[in-house]
Design a protein around this ligand. Structure first.
Ligand code: NAD
Length: 372
């Protein structure tokens, strides 16, 4: 484990924050940060594209601009860095931040392989001190998900039995013309890694540890290196079983998560973000009053999105706690992604435990070579 300079990370009243990568997604980070000015000050932005950088820093009034992240880390010494760069950059940039004593929030996917994830986790600082990295998985943080999680943890819903997790999205061929998309060495995978990972992360937040997965992945319609479709079923340590589809081929788009617990069916139907009204709770016979009371008692009114998660990230860092979604939790989600690829490539069931050092699917999501 890398041991940071003990004096390097002191959480101040107001975190000094930098953004690296000023393309499409960065604005969601900045707008979230600007909504909490008493807790976070945006002090610098970095991009290798001078036009993107100038437009972005002018628009948001960011005082310092850099073309080189390492120089920014040395000169600015931020408390927190938001990494909004393409996926192939994340591993090296997270390591550089942690080694400079700065915590990082990294966009999904946090790395290209489980090996990279474990190296990043090992570079975090000690409990109570940090620095840490968090992965941007914003769908855990809407009040609907938090309510269901609280109800499940309190035992109000009974045992989870069967679940559905669909990311049925549509991306045309032009979408994959962006050079880093649809390639193993720059995106790490197709819709399993790049799109369905959000819904799968939410599923894992609701159901906990997974134990075994069987999957098929195909390239059905798009010209790209990776899959454009994966279909799997996954077993959980608590006995639940879930069916998963990750697609970029579906003209009627939907993100759908459903869990049938003993006492209620919980459903979420949305596309790229949800509010409380996108959840439906159907109680089992005889459970209506109890389920309605538990649902009404929970947190309400928070839509899923960057703002919801980043509020938790900033408050955790100010309390010197590991920010969500932690390295342990995001590694579990990435292990499921790797399990789907390993199963599809080898035509057999994969256990979570076998995706360790020594497995070729630990080193690279597709295990090397051409999986299908
Ligand atoms: N959480 C979500 O819902 C969500 C949605 C869309 C994208 N994303 C993720 O966000 C990340 C970025 O996606 P995007 O669509 O914003 O990409 P983008 O191509 O629009 O922006 C990336 C930016 O990073 C810059 N960049 C590249 N290399 C750099 C380097 N070495 N140093 C500094 N800047 C560099 C580019 O010049 C560009 O401005 C990806 O990982 C993507 O998967 C997440």
């Amino acid at each position: 484990m890398h041991t940071p300079d003990q004096t390097a990370y002191e959480a101040p009243d107001r975190l000094r924050v930098a953004v690296v990568g000023t393309g499409n997604i960065a604005r969601f980070h900045v707008e979230a940060l600007q909504s909490m000015p008493e807790d976070a000050a945006l002090v610098a932005a970095v991009d290798v594209d001078p036009d993107n950088l100038a437009l972005f820093t002018d628009r948001y009034g960011i005082p310092q601009r850099y073309s080189d992240m390492d120089r920014m880390l040395r000169e600015v010494q931020p408390d927190l860095v938001h990494l909004c760069t393409p996926p192939g950059m994340h591993h090296g940039q997270v390591l550089a931040c942690l080694r400079a004593g700065a915590s990082a929030v990294v966009e999904k996917p946090p790395a290209l392989s489980l090996a990279e994830m474990e190296e990043m986790a090992a570079a975090e600082g000690p409990p109570g001190q940090g620095p840490w990295f968090a992965t941007l998985f914003q769908h855990r943080f809407g009040s609907g998900a938090r309510r269901v999680q609280a109800m499940a943890e309190a035992g109000a819903l009974g045992r989870p039995l069967v679940a559905v997790c669909h990311t049925l999205w549509y991306r045309d061929q032009a979408y994959f013309d962006v050079p880093w998309r649809g390639r193993w060495d720059t995106e790490g995978g197709g819709p399993t890694m790049g799109h369905g990972i959000h819904q799968m992360d939410l599923l894992l937040a609701l159901l906990g540890d997974w134990s075994e997965v069987s999957a098929t992945a195909r390239r059905q319609a798009r010209e790209m290196e990776t899959e454009d479709l994966s279909v799997g079923h996954v077993s959980f340590a608590n006995g639940a079983v879930a069916g998963i589809i990750n697609s970029v081929l579906s003209p009627r788009e939907e993100s759908y998560v459903r869990v049938d617990f003993e006492r209620a069916t919980v459903e979420l139907s949305h596309l790229y973000g949800y509010g409380d009204d996108d959840w439906t709770i159907t109680p089992a016979p005889g459970c209506a009053e109890e389920i309605a009371a538990a649902w009404e008692a929970g947190e309400a009114g928070v839509n899923s999105g960057h703002s919801a998660q980043l509020a938790h990230v900033v408050s955790a860092l100010k309390a010197k706690e590991a920010p969500p979604v932690s390295s342990t939790e995001s590694l579990r989600t990435m292990r499921l992604v790797a399990g789907i690829y390993a199963s599809a490539a080898q035509h057999r069931a994969i256990t979570a435990g076998e995706l360790r050092q020594g497995s070729r699917f630990f080193e690279r999501m597709h295990g090397g070579g051409t999986p299908w």
